[in-house]
Design a protein around this ligand. Structure first.
Ligand code: CTP
Ligand code: CA
Length: 228
């Protein structure tokens, strides 16, 4: 097994993966969050381990067990996720942002449970830092992969994120199809990349998240080889 491990396509590489949702507290008993089972991120961690990589998995709260040999870093909020990732970026060859990070957090988290009063109430929210965008601002910048979950204009929105966040590759998911994504065992994706050789894409039909993860890892390795 050891020789198989050392001969994988990511042998000797350090991979950091974010997974799951973040939770942004409103008071001691409430939070705002996103739908995310963490299954895709954990499948990627497993695939990267199988490819011989050293894997740090920075995970929001999920009901999953980390794969063997993975270094698990548990976080709750987007800010905690950012701190954990920034502590790992210096030794990181490949960064995969698979987490469903909450875009906003409550301006303050109340110390005591908020009591109900009026018929209507509103929350004041403030933008969270963009973990992936901060990672791609670092130098040296790891080979960076993002995810884009979209309900419309999949390609257009994904290409926008690829360029805006200075990514090497993006994995775009159509989340308007409820048979895939979120809590499902299956997923489908459109992979888009940009590098010195030009742009490319690969459409992956619905398959298990484990199969999709292996294909994403294989594609990362293929593009990264060309870059070197
Ligand atoms: N991401 C992140 N930190 C954030 C928001 C997003 O690291 N605060 C990462 C996600 O992990 C994903 C990519 O950025 O890899 C795209 O996330 P997505 O929510 O699709 O895009 P946003 O840039 O947040 O734009 P929007 O939600 O408005 O579509
Ligand atoms: Ca978002």
């Amino acid at each position: 097994a050891a020789s198989l491990f050392e001969s994988g396509v990511l042998a000797g590489q350090r991979v950091v993966i974010t997974a799951g949702p973040t939770q942004e507290p409103l008071d001691p008993v409430r939070y705002i969050s996103n739908h995310s089972s963490g299954k895709m991120g954990y499948a990627l961690a497993r695939a990267a381990i199988e490819a011989g990589a050293h894997v740090d998995l920075v995970s929001g709260p999920v009901a999953l067990t980390a794969p063997d040999r993975v270094q698990l870093h548990r976080v709750t909020t987007a800010k905690e996720m950012l701190d954990a990732c920034m502590n790992l970026v210096n030794d990181c060859d490949i960064f995969i942002g698979c987490a469903a990070v909450a875009d906003y957090r409550p301006v303050t988290a109340a110390e005591q449970k908020i009591k109900k009063s009026e018929e209507e109430m509103s929350l004041q929210l403030v933008r969270n830092p963009d973990v992936l965008a901060q990672i791609t601002n670092c130098s040296p910048k790891p080979f960076s992969v993002g995810f884009a979950a979209e309900t419309e204009k999949l390609r257009e929105h994904a290409i926008g994120k690829l360029e805006r966040k200075n990514l090497d590759m993006i994995v775009a998911n159509d989340v308007s199809d409820s048979s895939i994504g979120f809590n499902s065992e299956n997923n489908a994706a459109l992979l888009l990349w940009q590098n010195a050789d030009g742009d490319g894409e690969l459409n992956i039909e619905q398959c298990s998240k484990d199969v999709l993860a292996s294909m994403v890892v294989a594609q990362i390795s293929a593009i990264q080889q060309r870059k070197r």
